[in-house]
Each structure stands twice: as structure tokens, then as C-alpha cells.
Design a protein around this ligand. Structure first.
Ligand code: ADP
Ligand code: ZN
Length: 518
């Protein structure tokens, strides 16, 4: 291959000596002209995966990015290293745009950041056809999937890239790796025989902990007292909550500032800068805070309220401990918060959005309520295999609970559900599996079905536990509020087919022995 070596570019332009996991493989594939889907956890170093091949290949690399604010940061950052990069977006005037276009035509620009909306404008497509393009990079590619947590309809139009530019490699990047999102990205972008790279989502240095929220403010203050002089972020659900908590912390002499979208831009910038410079230790924020902020020594992330889904939770906790040193992630969980968010999602006009939103919220709640290793639940949620009985670094594991393989248990339950045909609730299915005779069972004639007692020698209370735990860990779903029934979901099928691991928490000793009723 012509041109400089990736290692040399890494060192010369970015000042790093070694690649992070996956970077080299991904860069090599793109240099060979192959399409790539790269799934790398936040902070894992996705940008270099397209920036380096763009520097090595002839022409300009076109980067599709959903956020105008991030474009500017990236371009400024590249400019500092002397890399010719620019963006085109609605914030610029005609003159600025012209000068960018001229730079592209003369071939001096190596990277151009644009929004998906711009790409699909016919005149702009014509312009792109007239220049030499080294690659297309699609950042935050999960936005193309309805199954992701940030669906953006305009991303759907990006399918035009493969149709229009057949010889230019496309690299799709995301930190969201649920298998259905992955498949969606490949299909929607029509990637041809892509090299798929999926990095590990395990952040070993992060401690995951969930506490029941009782007196939230007091729990928070107590937690912060255990982290003196450390930098951290506290996520809240509402702007009001942010304001109130920030005041409370300031009153208690903590170095804390609020951050949310209603604060003037200049204030937000100032707050961000002061956090980066360690002039303020704690940021109390809504989800608006954090995108594109790279502070390596964030020692804790607290979720004061329940996040809407595991993607958000993972991404936000992922802002802790980027330097690799231990960092703590605490979530204060309450059913009340769950109901509040559930209510808001139920008001959504779009049926699909509502459905996906609710499912994801239930998965989030399941994570909080499960007894399994937090890491096991998180990683298997993102499709990664993880079969250790304990990670040793989460509250479940600290309390001595073991996480076990639940595939056979799931198979037994699933076979029973299939034979029963209609939907039933947790306790009825447990009745059947344990062979518990009662009136309903007899009226329905289920005492003669082959699954009746198929779960022996485990007792009824045990099956109640297993079914609930499988629901908590997302392998089964619960539908309905008054008489909830158990149903299978796409993960049930994947789990039974052996495509994803089944990790659930072992019951406590008592549950095995007692026949507690529900
Ligand atoms: P992502 O987009 O995956 O969240 P970034 O591309 O923003 O991650 O990279 C996160 C941080 O890691 C950046 O500060 C980046 O400079 C740094 N980084 C990336 N690759 C390397 C590497 N090979 N060696 C050292 N630091 C790296
Ligand atoms: Zn664990």
C-alpha cells in the first residue's frame, strides 16, 4: 500500500504511540477500501478510526455527524494539530461556505464534517460527485435505527451514499451495540460485506452500585462526603431538580454548579471549562451535559433519577474513569421515578417510539431490580458474552451473590409457555411448572399437560423467582398493568438459539427452601 503507515500518522499527527483495541484493524480495513461497522464504547477512540485513513488516502473524507456543536469541537481540535479540516453547516454565511468548497476542490482539505440533511441535498450531492472522496464516516450510526435510543429520521436517507458512491468505503461508527441496532445499521446503509468490529463494553475500573432512593438528598450528601476533592457528575431528570440539588450542595459547601439546556450558552461554556480546569468539582446536570466532553479523571457519576434506558445509563456512567483509575457509578432507584418516566413516555404521539421507549424503560428497571451481577446484565444487554459468576466490582457481587447460566431455566419456562398457548402471569406459570394443583389449573385442564410439573424438583417459589429474574434481566417481558402476563421477546429467541448468553442472579438461600406465595 502507498502512503505513510498508520502508526506513523498516529504518532506524527496525534502524538500517540500505540493503537487502542480495534483501531489498527479498522483503519487497515478502510485503507483496503472495505466497508466497516465499528462498535466501540464511548471514549474508546472512534474518531481516529476514520481520521487516520482519511489522512492517508487521497481526497477528502466526508464525516456525517448529528450535532453541529460537536462538528466545531472536532474541527477545532484537528486544526490545533495542523490537520486541514472544516465543516459545512447552517451556522456559516455564504462566504465561509465558499471558502470551504474551494479548499475541497483544490484537494487541500482532508476532512469535511457535515449533517445528514446537507448530504442529501441534490446540489450538494452533485458537488460531492465532482470531487475526490477518500471515505464516508457515519458517526453515531445508531441514529439510523428505530431500535436505538436516538432515532433520527434524516439518517435513513444516508442509504443514498452506497448507491451514489460505489467505490468509496463507508465506515459506520457507534457506541450502541445491541444486535438489532447493528443489523439495522448494516441494512439501512446497504454496507457491502462489511468488516464488523465490536469492541468490549466492559469498563473494568467502574464500580456499579444501585441504592434504593429513600431520602435521596441525604443519600447523595453521604455519598459525596465519601468522595472529597474528586470530580464527578450528578445526573438528574429535570432542570428544576438540577437547580434545586445544585443549591442544596452549594449550601452544604460542596463545589458544585448546575448545567442544563435553559442556561445561557456562555454560562454553560464557562461551567464546562471550570469543570475541566478543576475549578469546580461537581456538575449537577441533565442529560444535556457530557456529549463531547472528555475529562479523564471523573471519579464518580451519580444518577440521582432513573435514566430512561440502559444506553443512556451506560453512556453517562462511561464518562467516569476514562483514565483507567477506579471510579464509582451510583444510581438511586425508586419505583416512583419509574412511574414518572413511564407516564411521560406514554404521552408520546408516535406509536413505535412509545413502544420502544417503554420496552427500554422496563429493561432499565429490570437492571435495577435484578439480583445478577450488574456488569453481566449490562454486557449481555449489549450482546457481549460474559460468563463469570462474579465481576467482583459491583454491588451484587460485593454482597456475595453469584450470577449463573440461566439458559436451561429459560428453555423450560419457554416450553411451558408455548404449550399453554395463551398468555399467563408469573404465578400461574410457576404453578404449572412446579405441578401445583389448584382450581384454575384443573378448570383449564392444565393438570394433564406435559409441562405440568416439568419444573420439578424446584418448588413453586423458586420458579416465581426465576421468571421474575429472567424478566428483570430482559430475557422475558411482562405486559399489562392490572393482570400482567409474561411474554417472549426478541431476546428470548436469541438466548434460546444460543446467540446471546443468559446471565441471571442466583436466588438467595431462603427462596430455594420456602414456598412463598405471590
Ligand atoms: P469516542 O468517539 O469513541 O468516544 P474519541 O475518539 O473521542 O472517543 O477518543 C477518546 C479519547 O481517547 C480522545 O481524547 C482521544 O484523543 C484519545 N485516544 C484515541 N485513540 C488513542 C490512542 N491510540 N492512544 C491514546 N489516546 C487515544
Ligand atoms: Zn458484578
Amino acid at each position: 500500500m502507498k502512503g505513510p503507515l498508520p502508526e506513523d500518522v498516529l504518532h506524527r499527527w496525534f502524538g500517540y504511540r500505540t493503537f487502542r483495541p480495534g483501531q489498527k484493524e479498522i483503519i487497515t480495513q478502510v485503507l483496503n477500501g472495505r466497508d466497516v461497522l465499528a462498535v466501540i464504547a464511548t471514549g474508546g477512540g472512534k474518531s481516529l478510526c476514520y481520521q487516520i485513513p482519511a489522512l492517508i488516502r487521497e481526497g477528502t473524507g466526508i464525516v456525517l455527524s448529528p450535532l453541529i456543536a460537536l462538528m466545531k469541537d472536532q474541527v477545532d481540535c484537528l486544526a490545533e494539530s495542523g490537520i486541514p479540516a472544516a465543516f459545512l453547516n447552517s451556522t456559516q454565511d455564504i462566504k465561509d461556505k465558499r471558502s470551504v468548497e474551494d479548499a475541497i476542490r483544490t484537494g487541500t482539505l482532508k476532512l469535511l464534517y457535515i449533517s445528514p440533511e446537507r448530504l442529501v441535498q441534490p446540489a450538494f450531492l452533485e458537488f460531492l460527485k465532482s470531487i475526490q472522496i477518500s471515505l464516508f464516516a457515519i458517526d453515531e450510526a445508531h441514529c439510523i435505527s428505530q431500535w436505538g435510543h436516538e432515532f433520527r429520521p434524516e439518517y435513513r436517507q444516508l442509504s443514498i451514499i452506497r448507491k451514489t458512491f460505489q467505490d468509496v468505503p463507508i465506515i459506520a461508527l457507534t457506541a450502541t451495540a445491541t444486535p438489532s441496532v447493528r443489523t439495522d445499521i448494516i441494512n439501512e446503509l446497504s454496507l457491502s460485506d462489511p468488516a464488523v468490529f465490536i469492541g468490549s463494553f466492559n469498563r473494568e475500573n467502574l464500580i456499579y452500585r444501585i441504592e434504593k432512593k429513600e431520602d435521596g438528598e441525604q443519600q447523595l450528601v453521604h455519598f459525596l462526603q465519601g468522595h472529597p476533592n474528586e470530580s464527578g457528575i450528578i445526573y438528574c431528570f429535570s432542570k428544576r431538580q438540577v437547580t434545586d440539588l445544585a443549591k442544596l450542595l452549594q449550601k452544604n459547601k460542596f463545589s458544585a454548579l448546575p448545567y442544563h439546556a435553559d442556561l445561557p450558552k456562555s454560562v454553560r461554556h464557562e461551567t464546562q471549562d471550570r469543570f475541566l480546569r478543576d475549578e469546580v468539582r461537581i456538575i449537577v446536570a441533565t442529560v444535556a451535559f457530557g456529549m463531547g466532553i472528555n475529562k479523564p479523571d471523573v471519579r464518580f457519576v451519580v444518577h440521582y433519577d432513573l435514566p430512561k434506558n440502559l444506553e443512556h445509563y451506560y453512556q453517562e456512567t462511561g464518562r467516569a474513569g476514562r483514565d483507567g483509575d477506579p471510579a464509582e457509578c451510583l444510581l438511586l432507584y425508586s419505583r416512583g421515578d419509574f412511574r414518572k418516566i413511564e407516564y411521560l413516555i406514554e404521552q408520546m404521539a408516535d406509536g413505535t417510539e412509545r413502544q420502544v421507549g417503554l420496552r427500554k424503560l422496563h429493561e432499565m428497571v429490570g437492571y435495577c431490580e435484578s439480583r445478577a451481577c450488574r456488569r453481566a446484565v449490562l454486557l449481555t444487554y449489549f450482546g457481549e458474552s460474559w460468563d463469570k459468576p462474579s465481576c467482583g466490582n459491583c454491588d451484587s457481587c460485593h454482597s456475595g451473590r453469584k450470577t449463573i447460566d440461566g439458559r436451561d431455566i429459560l428453555a423450560t419456562i419457554s416450553a411451558c409457555m408455548e404449550e399453554l398457548r395463551d398468555d399467563y402471569g408469573v404465578s400461574y406459570i410457576a404453578d404449572i411448572l412446579s405441578g401445583t394443583v389448584d382450581d384454575k389449573v384443573i378448570t383449564r385442564g392444565h393438570d394433564t399437560s406435559s409441562c405440568f410439573g416439568s419444573g420439578k424438583p424446584h418448588r413453586r417459589g423458586m420458579w416465581v423467582y426465576w421468571i421474575r429474574e429472567l424478566i428483570s434481566c430482559g430475557y422475558l417481558s411482562r405486559y399489562g398493568s392490572r393482570y400482567p402476563v409474561v411474554r417472549k421477546n426478541p431476546r428470548t429467541r436469541d438466548a434460546l438459539a444460543g446467540k446471546i448468553p443468559v446471565r441471571i442472579g442466583e436466588p438467595e438461600f431462603q427462596a430455594v427452601l420456602t414456598d412463598e406465595s405471590v
